[in-house]
Design a protein around this ligand. Structure first.
Ligand SMILES: *Cc1c(COP(=O)(O)O)cnc(C)c1O
Length: 496
């Protein structure tokens, strides 16, 4: 399998090269040259590891099977994922199923890819003979940061710098990040929102002076964000696994269609569902669920993507995003893999903050995507309803998806898989308020109370968090990000 760029400005790359580069150096994102077919026996595998081996094997053809297998074993084991099969599937009402993706070390779905990424990166370096130090830059709206820090912490030959919006993440998310140990980690708050952080990181990647300077120290930049194909491919696996589980439990018959509903921010998780469908998984509709930052809902309804709008801070901060990076991959695929067709759109967005797709592309999207959004009262009501109906406590992001699938889904539609992207304990204050009907301003008291309501211990990611020392307290302006990276890189160099 080779990889091509969405702007057709890069020669074929191997999977290793795509993972190490993160994004196409001259702009655009890597996508596979073709989409491999889902083999029938992939759906018949007994466990997550085997399913994963087959799907990842189709995309990472330059990895020897035993080497890929070792990477997968290091990531997907009972120590990292506290549930028997990495993910879990829980019914919530008639033909509605939560795909629980949060049983990893940091309580967010991003663990599933980020526990694997360091092993993919190190294997890719070995395969390409790359002996440089890898410096991972991450922009985060909350969950990616901690998941990446945990994944890369103390990894050989790799360091990581995370930028998060100052005041733009939850208290638990902030403490999770700023208490991270590991000799190779650094975390900064940035005065701005997530889009500012992400745009800042992208600018660093495109900065050839910076690249040359770091190159002189034998350091190369890479990314742990979902613009990296190595982040996306592992996410395809769990949709296919979820389908297999539904069939194994006789909730559906093999071959039946399902709907998938995904709480969406950067468009990575829903794009993985699209790839699963493109590989041949019988998916009828993809529900793209947004919070009050409903730019994607508007885009799918009108064909116009317009970033000139107010940015809202919501109770689902990992979806507080106006520029969804992976939309570019989606449009490339939907618009017939025609780089010339999509390039002007992204150029327009860059220059004017707005673009409009053509009628054919719009039509292709309409046939597949059902957009929807939930405002804050609707999200809180959904948490309460799901709890009252099923006893299940869901987080604010999952609630966005649950609300959208309930409100926009047809009553007689197929079984629906709702991506449950975070443990409720990560957003205890809001979840507790939604269920109890009163606020508990102390986030840690809310965790205790929620644990009582849910009748289960809090996720290990939030236990003991309050007692841990804060090790990263730097706050930067956007213009200081470059300097901060250079400072950290020089420190890394001196240690080596
Ligand atoms: C990152 C995140 C999302 C959004 O996923 P994208 O791949 O960015 O669309 C949704 N929910 C949670 C809890 C997240 O951490």
């Amino acid at each position: 399998m080779r990889y091509i760029g969405t702007h057709a400005n890069h020669p074929f790359a191997s999977a290793s090269e795509a993972v190490l580069l993160g994004m196409v150096p001259r702009g655009g994102l890597f996508v596979p040259e073709f989409i491999p077919r889902l083999e029938a026996d992939t759906l018949a595998q007994p466990n997550y590891l085997e399913t994963s081996r087959r799907i990842m094997g189709a995309y990472f053809t330059d990895f020897a099977p035993n080497v890929l297998d070792e990477c997968l074993r290091k990531a997907y084991n009972p120590e990292n994922f506290h549930t028997p099969d990495v993910v879990d599937l829980t019914p919530v009402g008639r033909r509605r199923f939560l795909l629980e993706l949060f049983h990893g070390p940091t309580a967010a779905f991003k663990d599933i890819a980020l526990q694997l990424m360091p092993h993919l990166t190190n294997t890719a370096k070995a395969l390409t003979g790359d002996r440089t130090h890898t410096l991972i830059l991450v922009a985060t709206s909350g969950d990616t940061g901690k998941a990446a820090l945990e994944g890369y912490k103390d990894a050989e030959g790799i360091s990581i710098v995370v930028f998060y919006p100052d005041g733009g993440v939850s208290e638990v998310q902030r403490l999770q990040m700023t208490t991270t140990e590991g000799r190779n980690t650094k975390v900064f708050a940035v005065r701005g929102n997530f889009d500012d952080c992400q745009t800042g990181v992208k600018a660093l990647f495109l900065d050839s002076n910076l690249r040359d300077y770091l190159g002189g120290m034998e350091i190369k930049l890479s990314t742990g964000n979902s613009i990296n194909w190595g982040r996306l491919a592992p996410q395809i696996v769990y949709y296919i696994r979820a389908y297999a589980l539904l069939a194994a439990r006789s909730e559906i018959k093999m071959g039946d269609e399902v709907d998938i509903c995904v709480p969406t921010g950067n468009f990575g998780n829903i794009l993985a569902a699209w790839y699963a469908r493109a590989m041949g998984l019988p998916v009828r509709k993809l529900f793209c669920a947004s919070n009050k930052n409903n730019i994607l809902t508007d885009f799918f309804q009108t064909g116009v993507y317009d970033t000139h709008r107010e940015f809202h801070r919501t109770s689902s901060p990992s979806m507080d995003i106006l520029i969804s990076s992976n939309l570019e991959r989606f449009l490339f695929e939907i618009a017939g893999r025609d780089a010339e067709r999509i390039k002007p759109w992204f150029l327009d967005r860059f220059r004017t903050g707005r673009f409009e797709i053509d009628a054919d592309t719009k039509k292709a999207i309409d046939a597949l995507v059902i957009p929807g959004w939930a405002d804050e009262p609707r999200v809180f009501a959904e948490i309460k309803t799901v709890y009252e109906e099923t006893g299940k406590v869901i987080d604010t992001h999952t609630a966005v998806a649950s609300a959208v699938s309930r409100d926009a889904g047809p009553k007689d539609g197929p079984a629906t898989i709702i991506a449950s992207t975070a443990s409720p304990f990560k957003f205890s204050g809001d979840v507790y308020a939604a269920i109890a009907g009163r606020a508990e301003p102390d986030e840690f008291a809310a965790i205790e109370k929620l644990s009582g309501i849910a009748k289960e211990p809090a996720h290990r990611a939030v236990r003991g968090l309050k007692e841990r020392p804060v090790l990263h307290d730097g706050v930067l302006s956007i213009s200081q990000m470059r300097e901060a990276v250079i400072g950290f890189a020089e420190g890394v160099k001196n240690k080596v």
